[in-house]
Ligand binder design. Sequence first.
Ligand SMILES: Nc1ncnc2c1ncn2[C@@H]1O[C@H](COP(=O)(O)OP(=O)(O)OP(=O)(O)O)[C@@H](O)[C@H]1O
Ligand SMILES: [Mg+2]
Length: 260
Amino acid sequence: MSTISVFCKKGGVGKTTFIGYLGHYYAKQGKKVLIISADDQNSIFKIFGEDDKIFESDDNYLEFYIAGRAELGDLLIPVRENLYLIKTLNTDKLSMKLTYERAQEKVIKSMFKEYATFFDYILVDFPPSSSRLTEILLEISDHVCIVVGLDTLGLGGFWNTIQYFIDNELDLESIKYIIPNGYSKNRRAPKVSLEKLQEQVQEFTPHAKLLNPIADRSIVKNLQAEGISAFDEVELPPYDRGLKEQLEKDLKALFDELEF
Ligand SMILES: Nc1ncnc2c1ncn2[C@@H]1O[C@H](COP(=O)(O)OP(=O)(O)OP(=O)(O)O)[C@@H](O)[C@H]1O
Ligand SMILES: [Mg+2]
């Protein structure tokens, strides 16, 4: 079992997209996958077109387990075969609780241990803002992946993330992969950003592996608007089908390289 966090202190860089596709890829290989949304926007549900499930029930948020008002099994929301999501209600409030009631931290840690007996992978999706919850979850993760947007702001996000680890005494060596997102061979900015990122990775996280960049593909947004994951088998018009196949091929090549 591996606990994998996908993090970056910059919003909108593709964290949730990456985690959703990776989780679905593993689930399709027959692995049991749990994705915990530490982001109370719960946008991971959108990747699978399951937004309705966020509001279907109001007693199965992560916080209810921590407060002793729900069982572990109650939190699991199935979205695909072998793939379950957990939603959060208010991460700021939860973080306050975690700061003032230290015993709650133990509850979270034992929760991960319990889930680890059932799931092959536990993936954690974070908001770009940081909180006590973020620190705890990053600390208990076996591996951390940083998704970096390939533009000037994205690079700033990488640097802020490194600074955040240093400030909070988090282990920089837990960062296993750096994943550049939004590459385009016809545009200059992503290429330049990628070169700069290579330098920064060398300097600040030399033990981490910088993966091949994920291309900026319009089909990603189109599929998400329809609630279709890259690994769903669906009927599409020929042009879109071609784009989706290309996306799947890219993602498979990337995911097969990962060792968790
Ligand atoms: N490779 C890509 N090509 C094109 N669009 C992409 C790609 N990756 C992500 N996107 C789009 O970028 C937007 C932001 O992606 P996503 O929600 O995954 O980012 P995030 O880092 O999780 O954001 P937040 O910080 O708000 O949680 C979404 O509309 C998504 O469809
Ligand atoms: Mg997100």
